[in-house]
Design a protein around this ligand. Structure first.
Ligand code: ZN
Length: 373
């Protein structure tokens, strides 16, 4: 919002004095509220901006002229900003046309590049002054505070702030190897809230149809006791003692060795259709997902009830739905620390962890196959 109010004030001023007239722009008192400004009454075109205009717009980068793969994401940017593609260096420049600068690169607010690698990369052209790991909507990120090395030439076709000290956030968007990383460079004086909102709003539409986020780390590797469809009886169960019997409708992902909180995430966009304590699970979340045109309800069981996302929430893929409950407590309804994850076809919220016949089992899909990347 602050940015927009600045823009609102700057735009007519720049039109008056000429865009690119830096000293004038610097003299403008940026903290004046637009309702006090006389410019509006002076008949000066202020573009499409007015007080009721939305502060942010979701931009589909896949529709920008000259776009190249894999910049096929959408994200929210301040409504007055614009986007250009620099195909020669496979980058996207998100800039504020209303600030001073000799060209669009010098008005750059966020500069986007991408690369394919097996892990987060460190470039030898820059010094890393600080490094912070984080997560945005279930995607791993690393934010670097970087400074170009003095003996390295200035980066060609990039904003000049890229040659000075600034922050870049690398985001891993696929779990395949090598995977795609986006690098979001942030103009040093860009408002942190505006940048944070941009990152959180990112959606990689092209990939949502083909792949999903796993509901938990080490999803396949930790299915060590009860895979999908296994027939369980108390006497022969891989888990002892055992109180259940029947065909297992989901997979159990074992986390008995984890002392820290283990986050559980939505595998895709969806709506929470049940959230709370369910006998046999402790805390449980059911999410309705539409995937490849079909409706499914996914069950995320044995979660800490206090951590659950609330019923009715609209959630994104990768969004945390809760954390695993503590072993042998009410949080897991007396079970070991693990995630029971099941995917049932159709709209019905069926919380059964076991069914009596293979015919009934046909209502569920094998989550490991279903989420196969
Ligand atoms: Zn289970």
């Amino acid at each position: 919002m602050i940015i927009n109010m600045k823009n609102f004030f700057l735009l007519p001023t720049l039109l008056l004095f000429g865009i690119g007239c830096a000293p004038v722009a610097r003299d403008v008192p940026l903290d004046i509220g637009f309702q006090n400004q006389p410019q509006q009454d002076q008949g000066i075109a202020v573009g499409e901006f007015h007080p009721d205009a939305p502060a942010y717009t979701r931009v589909d980068f896949g529709l920008v002229d000259g776009i190249i793969e894999p910049f096929d994401f959408t994200a929210e940017i301040p409504s007055t900003w614009l986007v250009e593609v620099l195909s020669e260096i496979e980058s996207v420049n998100i800039y504020d046309p209303n600030i001073a600068g000799v060209n669009n690169l010098e008005k750059s607010q966020i500069f986007v590049r991408y690369f394919q690698a097996n892990d987060f990369l460190t470039l030898n052209t820059v010094s890393i002054l600080n490094k912070e790991k984080s997560e945005v909507n279930g995607r791993s990120t690393v934010t670097y505070d970087i400074l170009k090395k003095a003996d390295v030439e200035n980066f060609r076709l990039q904003p000049s702030w890229r040659n000075g000290r600034h922050l870049v956030t690398d985001m891993r968007v696929s779990d395949s190897n090598p995977s795609v990383f986006y690098v979001f460079g942030r103009r040093p004086d860009l408002d942190e809230d505006v940048f944070g909102r941009f990152l959180k709003s990112l959606r990689f539409s092209g990939q949502e149809n083909m792949s999903f986020v796993y509901p938990i780390d080490e999803f396949e590797e930790r299915v060590t006791k009860k895979p999908f469809g296994i027939f369980i009886e108390p006497a022969t169960s891989p888990v002892q003692p055992e109180r259940f019997s029947g065909y297992h409708t989901g997979v159990d992902i074992e986390y008995g060795d984890a002392e820290d909180d283990v986050p559980v995430r939505a595998i895709a966009e969806g709506v929470v259709v049940r959230s709370g304590f369910v006998s046999g699970y402790g805390g449980m979340v059911a999410v309705r997902h539409e995937i490849r045109g079909e409706v499914y309800v996914a069950i995320y069981g044995h979660l800490d009830s206090a951590s659950l996302v609330s019923n009715g929430s609209v959630i994104r893929e990768g969004q945390k739905v809760g954390i695993l409950g503590d072993a042998f407590s009410s949080e897991t309804d007396g079970e070991r620390k693990h995630l029971h994850f099941a995917v049932h076809r159709g709209n019905l919220v069926n919380v059964s962890g076991y069914v009596e016949s293979e015919r009934e089992l046909g209502g569920w899909v094998d989550p490991v196959e279903f989420l196969g990347f």
